[in-house]
Design a protein around this ligand. Structure first.
Ligand code: GLY
Length: 371
């Protein structure tokens, strides 16, 4: 372990686990993950992009520690989170003779983490899995907290389970092979933690976001560790999103979901870009409702734009009416008894859950935003 390594605990009783964050840790994964290698082997699932850039590093590290491994490589992209690929992964794992005590490694971004985590949750009624997230978005959000899922005809992430990994290994150097656009999209989820309940971190983002986006390793490590610590704290308080605490992590996601649905959940608007626009909309909606100062909403918008993220409908290339966007929201899995909870804000770091939002007001607001 180097001086720059950080370990963060997710405190969930007997399902507690650690998140290890360290530059270059993927190259030491054999030594770091050996305690989880039952029968001295791992079964790795990844996607074609990550296989080209990172899986060699993992394979070499496991070899060096004398750990055998086999790997399944799936197509890259959101379409991989399907029933067909869930079957492919579970069949592969069964063909490998996986036992409940064996550990499966999900090496990749959110798609691989969600799919492999879900496969692990059902295989032999639950086998161990380790997350090695390789995108900024998965490092600061989806690899932590045990949400696993696939998509279905009816929508995204509608079929899944809460199933915690036994360990998360984060090597920020994996971000070096991502496109700047993908790093920016992940950065939206970093900013989210400042906006939820950590105004000092939002200040930090304003000062250091540009360095992080340019690949500054210490800014990157700091932001990942601060984000993961925030997520670990929230997950420990409300693992299954029952008290409203974990729902705060959905800031920007209700508006963002509508934008993603409008753009066909495609590369036209990445999830993090939709979340960035959604967070800016949530703050401007809060300002329009008199909940927070317009200057606060303008500050949030300005930071997201300075980071190269879309913060308006126009910048997200969405020209749908308020009614059309609200119609998408009605398919959101967060609907509760016919009402849709919204995350609104009284200020930076003062996000709260509001269950009584009138959707006609949202529709009018979006029409004004459309201009
Ligand atoms: N990505 C939101 C959550 O994990 O709850």
């Amino acid at each position: 372990m180097t001086d720059d390594a950080t370990d963060i605990a997710v405190a969930l009783g007997e399902r507690s686990y650690a998140i290890h964050i360290e530059d270059g840790s993927l190259d030491r994964a054999g030594a770091l993950l050996k305690p989880f290698a039952r029968r001295n082997r791992f079964i790795v699932v990844t996607d074609a992009h990550v296989a080209a850039t990172q899986s060699g590093r993992l394979g070499t590290a496991l070899d060096a520690a004398g750990i055998a491994s086999t790997i399944e490589i799936l197509p890259a992209g959101e379409a991989t989170k399907s029933w067909a690929n869930l079957e492919r992964v579970t069949d592969f794992l069964l063909d490998q003779g996986v036992e409940r005590n064996d550990t499966v490694i999900a090496l990749g971004g959110g798609v691989i983490g969600d799919l492999v985590g879900f496969a692990a949750s059902m295989l032999k009624r639950g086998c161990n899995f380790v997350q090695i997230p390789t995108t900024l978005l998965s490092q600061v959000d989806s690899s932590v907290g045990g949400k696993t899922a696939i998509n279905s005809r009816a929508g995204k992430n509608l079929i899944g389970a809460f199933y915690q990994p036994v360990h998360v290994l984060i090597d920020p150097t994996t971000l070096d092979t991502l496109s700047p656009r993908e790093v920016r999209a992940g950065y939206a989820e970093v900013v989210k933690y400042g906006l939820i309940d950590d105004p000092d971190f939002f200040d930090w983002c304003e000062a250091n976001g540009p360095a992080l986006l340019e690949g500054d390793s210490s800014a990157r490590r700091f932001a990942i560790a601060r984000s993961v610590a925030a997520k670990a704290r929230i997950v420990a308080e409300d693992e299954r999103e029952t008290t409203g605490r974990r729902a705060l992590l959905n800031l920007g996601h209700t508006f963002g979901h509508a934008l993603e649905a409008e753009t066909g959940f495609s590369d036209r608007l990445l999830h993090g870009e939709a979340v960035a626009t959604g967070m800016a909309l949530a703050f401007r909606f809060s300002a329009a409702a008199g909940l927070c100062d317009a200057a606060v909403a303008a500050r949030v918008t300005a930071h997201l734009e300075a980071a190269g993220l879309p913060a308006t409908l126009a910048a997200a290339h969405v020209d749908a009416s308020g009614a059309a966007l609200v119609a998408h929201m009605l398919h959101d899995k967060k609907m509760e008894g016919g009402r849709l909870p919204f995350l609104l804000a009284r200020g930076i770091g003062q996000t709260f859950l509001e269950k009584q939002v009138d959707l006609t007001t949202v529709e009018r607001f979006l029409d004004q935003e459309r201009g």
